[in-house]
Design a protein around this ligand. Sequence first.
Ligand code: UD1
Length: 418
Amino acid sequence: MDNFLINGGRAVRGEVKVSGSKNAALPILMASILTSDKMTIENVPDLTDVRFTKGLLEYLGKKTSFLRGVFVIEENRKLKHKAPYNLVRKMRASVLVMGPLLARFGHARVALPGGCSIGVRPVNIHLDALKNMGARLYYKNGDEMLFGGNLKGGRIKFPFPSVGATENAMMCASLIKGRTIIENCAREPEISDLAEVLRKMGASINGDGTRRMIIEGREKLCGVWHKVVCDRIETGTFLILAAITGGRLILKNTDIKYLPVVAGCLAKSGASIKTVENGIEISGPKRPRPVSIRTAAYPGFPTDLQPLWTAYMSVCSGKCFVEENIFENRFMYVAELLRMGANIRIEGKRAFVNGVEYLKGAPVMAGDIRGGAALAVACAAARGKSVLRRVYHIDRGYEKLEKKMRKIRVSIIRRKNI
Ligand code: UD1
């Protein structure tokens, strides 16, 4: 397992090119199951979850190539209809094959994903959505879901705007007869990017980006070319890195419009942000003012940036809280921040932060993608040396994080296989 060795405490400076969005790329790659035509997807980040998806598509029978951000998917043999546990357990987003397989072949066999380090993460909302489109569900061996049935457009009302369930429903609805209406759907920019792809493929989709989407399915969808939207979570990660180190960065290939609440919170904390051509410029404050946040579905404060915000606030000049409302177990990284000298207390959904003047380098361990990124940022700001273990979590969601950090003056190296 690789480690990062980080010698922190220096303000970052320079320019970062933001990659394509992981959370948009994964469903878009899964949408290739809806057609036998060639798909060419550009601006795909080279990270482990994309490699897992490549493996999954190849397992199903697709032919793929992935070079310098361009992912090409072709089909020249019959596809399998199942995603076994050894693939699903590696990446929960594998459940996004359910909707497309079901729509295209009328049946699918997908292993039930387990929980993960940030929460139980059930798939009941995905399943209810597919049932509303006529899918019938059977269980085999207690852990495999088998679907069949006569699929047709339906009316879906989500109890919570689940991102993955919205994507599964959209993909399924695009290739079945009739009109599907999805109420209380997710509104993330990644949803609109998927909608854009499905529209290019021939589906009629209205209302993406709002709470109600209307989809008219088509009998056949065609192959397309598409460029994936920028990664707003990577953008937020570097904005917070600049802010916590009191540095100055220009982020390219991104747009602050995808982070409305985060931009406001950064400004309140004392950072100054402005829009530049094709990007964002940020200058961090000497020491951040305390700013409490509450995570919420888009356009609220993204749960994926919650660990980064806590890391930032750990050096604020006062007291604040960070409230997590999406996942029930997303404060695991806090114990590691405490080892760096942070003063944080967890009570239920809230982390109460009492800002310290500075963090101190320490050996710490990543437990999930965003918690790991928060620790990398904390180590870059901390005085002294840190060893960050289990960086494979970070590699799942960030493209060349340490190279990008090194370019902006962070002293960080990867130590292989320790
Ligand atoms: C996606 C993102 C993830 C982000 C999350 C919330 C991808 C690949 N991942 O995950 O980075 O943190 O959105 O913005 O895009 N839930 C249920 N039943 C379900 C589905 C979800 O109870 O059937 C619950 C989950 O346990 C969680 C909440 O709903 O508590 C949000 O989950 P969801 O929006 O579905 O997140 P993901 O799509 O898994």
